[in-house]
Design a binder for this molecule. Structure first.
Ligand SMILES: [Ca+2]
Ligand SMILES: [Ca+2]
Length: 251
């Protein structure tokens, strides 16, 4: 036998006039106390914090990776330029003119911004700062040979002592970013402030014309060499020579 159940629509009972208002107004029976509200706001703040902090870190990591890609492309473009022209390009005329400067007799003259208009590469890093470039004068002013010495040195800090030591020497050219914090030049060509008294390695990179520092990024201001978020890349003479020979540009 199939049991039959009668389905009845729920009966809405009409509240006596004025009952709702009386309930809402009854003290202690509805609404939140100030303490309950404070606890709720506190919990929401903690939850938001736990979501937003990793989000900020993710954005930062992505910008570091994007900047690395920009520097890698600049490096490839520099090698491409050498394959076509037999030499490396000189730095940009200025922050607003990406053509090569006319000549660069000294190391300081040969240090500036990447000549983006000549290379067809990015003018800015992922932080919106001008990409920096320093080239050996002998590589930039005339065709170089397999024996032309590079004048740039990349130094680093290795554990356990973290003193400065040479990582690579005789480097023909360096491309680098000042990273998120301290130093650099804005898109408008404005020099950005240093903002730190402890970042001696970043200070060194900002003033460098031949010796650049490449090391692990740290936020600790007490680290040897101070906090550091610069990204330094370079064109090794070995890879440059290898590509030039492979293309028949150098014997
Ligand atoms: Ca920096
Ligand atoms: Ca400083």
């Amino acid at each position: 036998m199939i049991e039959r159940r009668s389905v009845r629509a729920p009966v809405r009972r009409r509240a006596p006039p004025g009952a709702g208002a009386a309930c809402a107004a009854a003290p202690g029976t509805a609404g939140f106390t100030l303490i309950e509200m404070a606890v709720a706001v506190f919990v929401i703040a903690i939850l938001l914090g736990s979501i937003l902090v990793p989000l900020t870190a993710q954005v930062e990591q992505r910008r570091i990776a994007d900047t690395q890609r920009i520097l890698d492309e600049a490096r490839d473009a520099l090698i491409g330029f050498a394959l076509v022209n037999g030499r490396l390009p000189r730095p940009a005329v200025s922050a607003s003119n990406g053509a090569e400067r006319a000549a660069c007799a000294t190391e300081a003259d040969c240090t500036g911004f990447i000549p983006w208009a000549v290379l067809g590469t990015a003018r800015l890093d992922a932080w919106g700062k001008m990409v920096r470039y320093s080239v050996t004068p002998a590589y930039a002013n005339a065709a170089f040979s397999l024996t032309t010495p590079g004048t740039k040195t990349i130094r680093t800090r290795l554990p356990p002592a973290f003193g400065l030591s040479d990582l690579v020497t005789a480097v023909p050219a360096v491309v680098f970013s000042h990273g998120q914090n301290n130093h650099g030049t804005s898109e408008a060509g404005t020099a950005l402030p240093d903002n730190s008294g402890t970042n001696v390695d970043e200070d060194a990179n900002a003033a460098a014309t031949t010796t650049f520092i490449h090391r692990t990024q740290v936020t600790n201001t007490g680290a040897t060499g101070g906090e550091f978020d610069d990204q330094v890349s370079w064109v090794p003479v070995t890879i440059l020579a290898n590509r030039m020979i492979a293309a028949g540009r150098l014997p």
